[in-house]
Design a protein around this ligand. Structure first.
Ligand code: MP5
Length: 207
């Protein structure tokens, strides 16, 4: 039986729940997150997105031509996002030249590892990573400012549609992948879920 994205979500619902429902996000929604915790997340996420951009570029290099448009639209959005992060950091007077924390580095190193894996594994990891932010920022419901802007960035309908398109790419790649590769894609899904949870916890730990 071929694994699909929706099957992965069903099969590993607990791991996925931990990746997408976290006190960091709940406290943003309640407006009780400490500015230091939020700022830690913001700076570390900027550093993460730089490496993530490189990761998407490497996926594009392996992708079949008919997947180019969607992946290129993702890269285009990343170009805007990196500028947006700089604006947000400036508003908060944050130093973006900070060192990545170990949890951020571990995630970036894992992306580096996935970048040398077969395309079906890469695109499954990409879908999972984007869905984690889409659902994570969407599930708590309307957030107060200044967090509403962040929640909307990843929770908005266009982003939801983009993640659905990524799901189609991943499902298509998985449908022709042999069993060994499908098993590797499942492990990548679980690893992304765990790294997402750790990333939120890293920010919470900075009080
Ligand atoms: C994303 C992110 C989403 N910014 N940070 C982590 C830790 N996971 C996922 O990626 P993007 O490019 O911001 O949509």
């Amino acid at each position: 039986m071929t694994i699909t994205c929706s099957r992965l979500l069903e099969k590993h619902s607990q791991a996925w729940h931990q990746a997408t429902v976290h006190p960091f996000l709940t406290q943003c929604q309640l407006g009780t997150i400490q500015p230091k915790q939020f700022n830690t997340w913001l700076v570390q996420d900027y550093l993460f997105v730089i490496e993530f951009t490189r990761f998407v570029a490497r996926i594009l290099a392996n992708a079949p031509t008919h997947h180019f448009d969607i992946l290129l639209s993702g890269l285009n959005a990343l170009s805007d996002e990196l500028i947006w992060f700089k604006v947000k950091a400036e508003e908060r007077q944050l130093n973006l030249s900070a060192e990545p924390q170990p949890t951020c580095s571990q995630y970036c190193e894992y992306l580096e590892l996935v970048a040398s894996m077969p395309y079906a594994v890469q695109v499954t990891a990409l879908w999972a990573l984007e869905l984690a932010y889409n659902q994570g920022w969407q599930l708590p419901g309307t957030m107060p400012e200044p967090y509403a802007e962040f929640a909307n960035r990843w929770g908005n309908q266009d982003f939801t549609e983009y993640v659905k398109l990524l799901e189609q790419l991943a499902d298509e790649a998985l449908s022709t992948a042999d069993e060994t590769i499908q098993v590797r894609a499942e492990s990548a899904f679980l690893k992304i879920a765990s790294l997402e949870k750790d990333f939120w916890s890293m920010a919470m730990a900075n009080i």
